[in-house]
Design a binder for this molecule. Structure first.
Ligand code: FE
Length: 344
């Protein structure tokens, strides 16, 4: 007999009503992404993700600092589910600012080596970038080069160009040096670099490569995807500049070439947490990893995916095996050290 007072029946009626009143939840739904990576570097991948899963991706792009501030000020009201950004230093800064949450995923842990993700799951590296020495083909012989440390030798006086200490890429490089050699040695090295500068630090990575090509300096440090971008550039001047320089892999006998990641994390207040994790899993999948390698001239995080032809042309190298999370941990120490060393 029907008894409306029976709580179990009431519950089931309530359940039925809710299921009638709620539109059938699209298995898919949406996911909101804040990306510090430029739209053309990420959009084609996001479109593929939507095609495969039916999950609509709403993309907001902006500068690293601005997106982090926005996430902080939006707090629990933030619509963002995923933060995509470059450099372990920035991923760690986002984690420290409390805008990310830890997530665990068997597929992320399987596709991304432990050294390229946060040990607690707050962020995951999605592409690897290497920061080797770039030198002038006509003025430098590879046998003159060996390590990052040796760039501080007086033989490079007036021959080194560097990006400023504001660059998180250089901050992470210095953080890596601190991890391997300690602060005292790293500071002496940084002073040596500063003493060898051909000009005050200025410009981005591409500008350093162009300065070497133009003869302003003989050696510099840059992420290889910038050189890759110049090689395939539609701008003839960039193409010609790229042809004047070559890549040297430093420290391969010792600690390995400094590497970093671009990566992503699920935001602290993500409403579409499951979709956010699905997106991260897609970005670490074979298909997306291949795309990173071919289109962005970055190294796949997933070691099963081969690098692109351009990357192969620069040869293989031993990469630093330090967990990139260390670069974030030591970021503040690196910034202070660079300041003390007079690295503008
Ligand atoms: Fe970059």
């Amino acid at each position: 007999m029907f008894q409306a007072s029976n709580p179990r029946i009431l519950l089931s009626i309530f359940g039925l009503l809710t299921s009638l009143l709620t539109p059938p939840a699209l298995a898919s739904g949406e996911v909101n992404v804040y990306s510090a990576r430029k739209e053309d570097l990420i959009k084609p991948l996001l479109d593929d993700f939507s095609k495969q899963t039916g999950i609509k991706v709403n993309l907001v792009t902006g500068k690293e600092e601005a997106l982090l501030q926005r996430l902080q000020s939006e707090g629990v009201n933030s619509p963002a589910d995923v933060l995509l950004t470059s450099d372990a230093g920035r991923l760690a800064a986002a984690q420290q600012a409390g805008v990310l949450q830890a997530v665990q995923s068997a597929s992320l842990n399987q596709n991304i080596p432990a050294i390229y993700r946060d040990p607690d799951g707050y962020w995951y590296g999605l592409s690897v970038r290497a920061r080797p020495i770039i030198y002038a083909r006509d003025r430098v012989k590879p046998k003159q080069l060996s390590t990052y440390e040796a760039l501080a030798d007086p033989q490079w006086k007036g021959k080194l160009c560097l990006r400023s200490s504001d660059s998180v890429y250089n901050q992470s490089l210095v953080a890596g040096m601190i991890a391997h050699h300690g602060e005292a040695k790293t500071e002496a090295w940084a002073r040596g670099l500063v003493a060898n500068l051909a000009r005050p630090p200025k410009g981005g990575d591409r500008d350093q490569i162009k300065a070497v090509a133009a003869g302003e300096c003989d050696v510099t440090l840059a992420n290889t995807y910038y050189l890759g971008g110049m090689i395939s550039s539609s701008d003839d001047a960039e193409k010609q500049a790229a042809a004047q320089v070559a890549v040297f892999w430093p420290d391969v006998q010792t600690t390995g070439v400094h590497v970093n990641v671009s990566g992503a994390g699920v935001t602290a207040h993500a409403r579409q947490r499951d979709n956010a994790i699905k997106l991260l899993e897609f970005l670490a999948s074979d298909q997306a990893q291949r795309w990173y390698a071919e289109v962005n001239s970055e190294y796949p995080v997933n070691p099963a995916i081969p690098p692109s032809a351009t990357l192969k042309s620069w040869g293989e190298f031993k990469a630093d095996t330090l967990n990139v999370a260390k670069l974030g941990e030591l970021n503040a120490a690196a910034v202070k050290l660079m300041d003390r060393a007079g690295w503008k």
